[in-house]
Ligand binder design. Structure first.
Ligand SMILES: [Zn+2]
Ligand SMILES: [Zn+2]
Length: 308
C-alpha cells in the first residue's frame, strides 16, 4: 500500500485504510483499535456494568464470535462481571450444526461457559419442521421472520434461566441502520433505539456493543483474528427487503464514507425524541409496542396449527 504507514505505530505493513476517519492500520493496531472502540462504545452508552452477568448471544457466526472475543478481553478488567455464551439452535441441519461446532470450539478455547438451547425446548417445534409441514406457508410468514423473532424470544428465555442481567448481541452499525430504514419504509414510526441499555422492571436489557462498528470492520476483525467463517449458507435465506436496503446502503457508504454514522445520529437525535413508552406483552411481559408481542403472536399461530 502507498501513502505512509500505520497511523498508530508507523509500520509499513498497512492492512486497512479507514476511509471515514482517514486512518491506516497494521494488523496488530487494527485489532487493538477495535477493542478500544468497543470499550469506548460500552462506556459512552453505559451498556455494561461492573457486576453484570452478561449473556452473550453466540450464533456461531463470525460476528458473534468476534463479539465474544472482544468482550472477553474487555471484561478481564471487571473481575466481578461474568460472561456466559448462549447459542439458540433453531434446527436447520448443516448450517446451524456447523455454527454450533464453531461456537463450542471457540468458547472452549476462551474458557467461557456455553449453553445451547433448541427451539424444541422452548416452543415444542423446530424451524425446519414448521417449514416442511407447510405451517410457515399457511400462516404466510417467511422463514427468516419466524426464525428472527423466535430466536430473540428464546434468547430472553435462556437468559432468564441463568439470571443474566444483560444480553449482548453482535448487531453492527449496518444492522441497526438497516432496521431503522426498514421501519421507515414500513411506515412504522414507533422507534426504539436498538442495542442501548434500557432498564425496566422484570426485563433483561439488550445491548449491542458493535453499534458504532461498521459490518466490514467486524469481518476484518474476524479475518485477522483467525475466527472461523461459516461455509454453509442458510438454505432459507431469501431475497428480502433488508437485502435491498443493505445493497443500497453499502453502495452509498462506499461513495460517501461516514454516511452510516450520519444516519445513526439522525435517527437517534431526531426520531427518538418522539419515542413512545413501551407497553408490556400480555403473554410474556417483554416490552412491545402492541398488546401481544410479535414473538408470542407467531408462536401462538404455529402452536394452534400444530394442534389441528
Ligand atoms: Zn500499527
Ligand atoms: Zn410476548
Amino acid at each position: 500500500m502507498v501513502n505512509g504507514g500505520c497511523s498508530v505505530c508507523g509500520s509499513s505493513e498497512v492492512v486497512y485504510r479507514r476511509r471515514y476517519s482517514g486512518e491506516a492500520f497494521c494488523r496488530r493496531c487494527f485489532l487493538e483499535n477495535m477493542v478500544s472502540r468497543v470499550r469506548a462504545t460500552i462506556s459512552r452508552y453505559e451498556l455494561l456494568k461492573p457486576f453484570d452477568k452478561i449473556v452473550v448471544a453466540v450464533s456461531g457466526g463470525k460476528d458473534s464470535l468476534s463479539l465474544l472475543k472482544i468482550l472477553y478481553k474487555i471484561e478481564k478488567d471487571f473481575p466481578r462481571a461474568s460472561l456466559i455464551a448462549v447459542t439458540i439452535d433453531e434446527g436447520i441441519p448443516e448450517y446451524r450444526d456447523e455454527a454450533v461446532k464453531n461456537a463450542v470450539k471457540y468458547t472452549g478455547n476462551l474458557g467461557i461457559p456455553h449453553y445451547i438451547f433448541g427451539f424444541k425446548e422452548f416452543f415444542g417445534f423446530t424451524l425446519t419442521e414448521i417449514i416442511e409441514n407447510g405451517i410457515a406457508d399457511i400462516i404466510n410468514l417467511q422463514p427468516c421472520t419466524i426464525c428472527g423473532v423466535l430466536r430473540r424470544k428464546a434468547l430472553t428465555l435462556a437468559a432468564r434461566k441463568f439470571e443474566g442481567t444483560v444480553i449482548a448481541t453482535a448487531h453492527t452499525l449496518d444492522d441497526i441502520i438497516q432496521t431503522y430504514f426498514l421501519n421507515v419504509l414500513r411506515g412504522d414510526t414507533r422507534f426504539t433505539p436498538i442495542g442501548i441499555r434500557r432498564e425496566a422492571e422484570g426485563v433483561i436489557p439488550r445491548v449491542a456493543p458493535f453499534r458504532l462498528i461498521p459490518e466490514y470492520e467486524v469481518v476484518l476483525y474476524a479475518y485477522f483474528s483467525d475466527i472461523l467463517f461459516q461455509t454453509h449458507v442458510c438454505p432459507y435465506a431469501e431475497r428480502s427487503m433488508r437485502d435491498e436496503i443493505r445493497a443500497f446502503l453499502t453502495k452509498y457508504e462506499e461513495k460517501f464514507p461516514g454516511s452510516l454514522f450520519a444516519a445513526l445520529s439522525s435517527f437517534e437525535n431526531v426520531y427518538m425524541r418522539s419515542m413512545q413508552k413501551d407497553m408490556k406483552c400480555r403473554m410474556c411481559g417483554e416490552p412491545t409496542s402492541r398488546e401481544i408481542c410479535r414473538a408470542c403472536e407467531i408462536e401462538e399461530k404455529i402452536t394452534q396449527r400444530l394442534k389441528r
